[in-house]
Design a protein around this ligand. Structure first.
Ligand code: SF4
Ligand code: SF4
Length: 373
């Protein structure tokens, strides 16, 4: 049977237009029975910051989803996320999502306030994950990703968004354990199997292009996508912005693992046609060279290390740096530190230790880190 993806036009975050478009995307993709159920809505709040930057799922999009789920009879709605640089004062207020939970009667959840272990017997890289404990109390998880490019994974959407269920800096340990894009992608699919999200609904009204996921540029895409299958949604979304969907490891390995899809042709797009909304000039992250791909498939640690050295490096731009230290806190391999220079403190980096995870780039609040050869 075909897996449905609802693909619907939505020009703005105006509530009337959003509500109608969301309802249509849900209906076209098959819908969800949430009557009497307890839900966890998982937006992408990579940085708790101004929604105009398009780093996080837009608060009005989250509001529209909450309204829809209530109308469909959901008993309880929880909303939360945990950025990689989850600070004690992370509140979700700058993103506007916390206020939306208060105004709609949903519960805001701080993912660092309790954790639990979830398992998947079919995991290829790992069979267990430490995630927020709210997951034990809800009937369904619904992923609410933002359509964005991603320096490390090329693209981030419904599957990658689940990584935020792992509280705060615990995420860094997964970067150390799964160094290459393919290994990391396989681990994300293990997480997908452990979480089993009931639905994914993507905010592609304004996406992010260029050096995402934290420092790219807002790009109006004017779409909403919805699907019960996160991989199907990601396949269509990554195609729309111009990727060959097989280049995105979570798409490619999901087919090999038969995660609800055997072939991309098993996806039925309902509503708009992909060809009609495809964007030719979306600024993408450059893909790997063929040697990197061979190294990736060999899964050998020694090759992985060699491959790290060939990848673009993070460069710390002293003039832009506000010395917040976030890049140092998040670096799982202790590859960077503050050093005293003639103009005061600056971020030094040991490229032999750097695993090119680009977490520092993701969390830098002022775009003071460039990724280049
Ligand atoms: S310096 Fe940046 S890219 Fe390198 S390992 Fe640390 S966080 Fe990752
Ligand atoms: S490079 Fe960015 S994250 Fe690192 S200390 Fe400077 S401003 Fe903060």
């Amino acid at each position: 049977m075909k897996v449905k993806v609802g693909l619907v036009k939505c020009n703005t975050y105006d509530s009337e237009e959003l509500d109608k478009a969301l309802e249509k995307a849900m209906r076209l993709s098959g819908g969800i029975d949430v009557k009497g159920k307890s839900l966890l809505l998982k937006p992408n709040i990579l940085q708790d910051t101004d929604p105009a930057k398009a780093i996080s799922t837009h608060p009005e999009f989250v509001r529209s989803v909450i309204k829809f789920m209530k109308k469909e009879g959901a008993a309880e709605i929880h909303v939360g996320d945990s950025p990689g640089s989850h600070k004690p004062d992370f509140s979700g207020r700058k993103s506007g999502i916390r206020q939306v939970t208060e105004e709609t009667g949903a519960n805001w959840i701080d993912f660092t306030k309790g954790s639990t272990i979830i398992r998947t017997e079919t995991g290829k890289r790992t069979k267990k994950f430490t995630v927020t404990s709210i997951i034990e109390k809800v009937d369904m998880v619904i992923s609410l990703p933002k359509m964005k490019t991603h320096q490390f994974m090329l693209y981030t959407g419904a599957v990658k968004n689940l990584f935020g269920l792992i509280p705060g800096y615990t995420k860094s340990t997964y970067h150390i354990a799964y160094l290459t894009r393919n290994n990391f992608g396989e681990m994300l699919l293990d997480l997908l199997e452990a979480v089993k999200p009931a639905y994914s609904i993507m905010d592609a009204v304004i996406g992010m292009e260029g050096p995402g996921p934290g420092n790219g540029y807002p790009r109006p895409v004017k779409l909403i996508l919805a699907s019960p299958n996160a991989v199907a949604l990601d396949t269509i979304a990554s195609t729309i912005i111009g990727y060959d969907p097989k280049l995105i490891p979570t798409n490619y390995f999901a087919l090999k693992r038969n995660l609800g899809l055997k072939l991309f042709s098993d996806i039925s797009v309902e509503g708009l046609s992909v060809n009609d909304v495809k964007i030719d000039d979306f600024k993408l992250i450059k893909s790997r060279n063929s040697l990197s791909i061979i190294f990736d498939y060999l899964h050998l640690r020694v090759f992985e290390r060699l491959q790290q050295k060939r990848k673009p490096k993070p460069y710390f731009i002293e003039e832009k740096c506000i010395k917040c230290g976030e890049c140092i806190k998040i670096c799982a391999s202790n590859a960077n530190w503050f050093e005293e220079g003639p103009n005061g403190k600056f971020v030094a980096v040991d490229y032999n230790k750097c695993i090119r995870c680009y977490c520092c780039h993701e969390v830098c609040p002022v775009d003071a880190i460039e990724i280049r050869k």
